[in-house]
Design a binder for this molecule. Structure first.
Ligand SMILES: Cc1ncc(C[n+]2csc(CCOP(=O)(O)OP(=O)(O)O)c2C)c(N)n1
Ligand SMILES: [Mg+2]
Length: 345
């Protein structure tokens, strides 16, 4: 019998979620799931190149932090190579994410980035990063400039927070420790969100990590650290809201360890033979979307048919995104050297 590190189900009565917010969060989760399913289909049809890492199973983390606790478009989001769904939660239109995957000029990174390099200045998406842990110091830079604008430049609009997402594997990387130290020292407005999905490609977290309970590492940096059930969007929303409040009040960063699981292989090129069937089944049974559907219907916030309607609407958006990506132009070869450096425009 496999024993899994999980947390007790959150008490749904304690979460005051309006119908409107519940449906918005649900739609975001479904968008993340169905987008990735379509992405797999398009990858196997040869529409995209290079490595593609999907987010299936982890939706409660992206939606619970970005959609439920932040102001997408004003607050900053920093991702990893597993970045499509963070981009969607941050408000980047599905058609621009899909076009980027197809390497088209209409993509959010103008077709120059592809799957691992989603970027949007407009949506304050600081980027996907192919090197493990590479985004962590970049996210801190964004948090630093918010505090600098606020305190040195007296900018009254400088009250943004940053959500920095990364994996359990990344938390063993040096940049993680250096960044936590500075962020806590300077009380920067940042949420370090570890998506602990138990695996770094084929390396089990417990095999690689002297202290597998990552949230505990916050204490040595004099920082708040919390663990949360990353399959429960209601629970993620609660801890993220608290962390955002702390950040905006100038009380510094929070390390959130979300216990989650990826439902597919590491990338679409991974045959996923290392994780046991037993382990996978335990986590598939904890599907965050099914769980939130039960929450919404049992609290009379939505009817099952309404949720079906949302799924259909999201599917139409995704189908339209594929059409947009297919019919968009390739970047013009004469522009090969554009966008390597910032332009004065
Ligand atoms: C600096 C660096 N070292 C190694 C790699 C190869 N690599 C790519 S993904 C990965 C595993 C990272 O796992 P984790 O941080 O848990 O994220 P997950 O893929 O589980 O979301 C590794 C070792 C890399 N991309 N960058
Ligand atoms: Mg991992």
């Amino acid at each position: 019998m496999v024993t899994e590190r999980t947390l007790p189900t959150s008490n749904p009565d304690s979460a005051a979620i309006s119908r409107e917010e519940g449906l918005r969060i649900y739609k975001d989760m479904v968008l993340g799931r169905l987008f990735e399913d379509k992405c797999a289909e398009m990858y196997y049809r040869g529409k995209m190149f290079g490595f593609v890492h999907l987010y299936n199973g982890q939706e409660a983390v992206s939606s619970g932090v970005i959609q439920a606790a932040m102001n997408p478009g004003d607050d900053y989001v920093c991702s990893t190579y597993r970045d499509h769904v963070h981009a969607l939660s941050a408000g980047v239109p599905a058609r621009e994410v899909m076009a980027e995957l197809f390497g088209k000029a209409t993509g959010c990174s103008k077709g120059r980035g592809g799957s691992m390099h989603m970027f949007s200045n407009e949506h304050k998406l600081l980027g996907g990063y192919a090197f493990v842990a590479e985004g962590i110091p970049v996210a801190m830079g964004a948090a630093f400039q918010v505090r600098y604008r606020k305190e040195v430049m007296k900018d009254p609009n400088a009250n943004q927070v940053v959500a920095c997402f990364f994996g359990d594997g990344a938390s063993n990387n040096g940049q993680f420790f250096e960044t936590l130290n500075m962020a806590s020292l300077w009380k920067l407005p940042i949420l370090f969100v570890v998506e602990n999905n138990k695996w770094a490609i084929g390396m089990a977290h417990e095999r690689a990590t002297s202290q597998p309970e990552i949230y505990k590492k916050a204490s040595v940096f004099n920082m708040a650290g919390v663990e949360v059930d990353g399959m429960d969007v209601v629970a993620v929303r609660a801890v993220a809201n608290e962390a955002v409040k702390r950040a905006r009040a100038g009380e510094g960063p929070t390390l959130i360890e979300a216990l989650t699981y990826r439902f597919r292989g590491h990338s679409l090129a991974d045959p996923d033979e290392l994780r046991s069937k037993e382990e996978k089944e335990i986590w598939f049974a904890r599907d965050p979307i099914n769980r939130f559907e039960t929450f919404l219907t049992s609290n009379n916030l939505a009817k099952a048919e309404e949720l079906k309607e949302i799924q259909a609407e999201v599917q139409r958006t995704i189908d339209e995104a594929v059409e947009f990506a297919e019919s968009s132009p390739e970047p013009d070869p004469s522009e090969l050297r554009r966008f390597i450096f910032a332009e004065d425009v």
